[in-house]
Design a protein around this ligand. Sequence first.
Ligand SMILES: *Cc1c(COP(=O)(O)O)cnc(C)c1O
Length: 348
Amino acid sequence: MLVDDFRSDTVTRPDAGMRSAMAAAEVGDAVYDDCPTTRRLEAIVAERLGKEAALFFPTGTQANLAGLMAHCGRGDEYLVGQMAHTYRLEGGGAAVLGSIQPQPLPNEPDGTIALDAIANAIKPNDFHFAVTRLLALENTFNGLVLPDAYLQAATELARSRGLATHLDGARLMNAAVASGRDAAWIAAQFDTVSLCLSKGLGAPVGSVLVGPRDFIEKSRRIRKMLGGGMRQTGVLAGAAIYALEHNVARLGDDHRRAADLATVLARYPELGAGPSRTNMVFMTPKGLDVSAFVAFLRGRGIAVGGRYGTLRWVTHLDVGDDAVERVAESCEVFFDTQTSPAGLRAQA
Ligand SMILES: *Cc1c(COP(=O)(O)O)cnc(C)c1O
């Protein structure tokens, strides 16, 4: 049985308070824009992020795709991090469904894209090139908070060259809580922002795209085309409003627990754990049978995420201090059996 699930902050389940907010939510047909709770959620998020309008989406992938498609036409290009979610982890949707050419650029170790890389990638006005329309950034990026000065400089550069700017803010609230910056200040650097409600905020489903009113109306048509026009979404919007009311400030607890977890994992150099980044800890084990370690944890009800050599721990609503303690105990037992004479005999 899985007790402590550190694979992602998407695994949270709605608690009793959220479920009663869902049960009580007034609903209507949201495709007709007739759902009062969905409209209220959109108004709350637009206000909170300081934008004119907002639109509710089933997923962050669809919110980002609709945003990219509203910014860029067929054959236009967007600048994006080589390791960014929109480029790498959304099935290539911008290219496949949007006919938008991605121009991926290297992500620096701090998650930024170098300003000169951005400047050099903006194509001159020459018919050989696709038209560069948009710069898309991500914050947090693999848990890293992009520096304030960088957000200002990168978006200012984009604007000065006539580009629009989009933020994949799936974990924007983590960035806001960790940096002490108002989410609206971060959002103000960008024309448009997507925010995920089903990550650390703990709602079961949903993302919101915010931006200027005409942009959001264009996105509404694209959402319909992509199959994201949902009907009585009030039950989901009710969960999301509850999440925004109860689960934003508490992200700080997740960040503290990630720091505690990083301290525990750092006791074992073989694990190759890095420092915590908001609610995440990454580790690249060396000289260790990783699958044996992962299976050992699974046997004790602990799940860790990640593939391809790097493991990822994510803290969230459903992992408390006791979960971190169980990881500490499990590591102690695992490394003890690995090094004790009895453990070595058992392995042989
Ligand atoms: C989760 C996530 C998304 C959206 O993912 P969905 O699973 O489609 O909701 C987008 N960007 C980032 C950075 C994410 O972590």
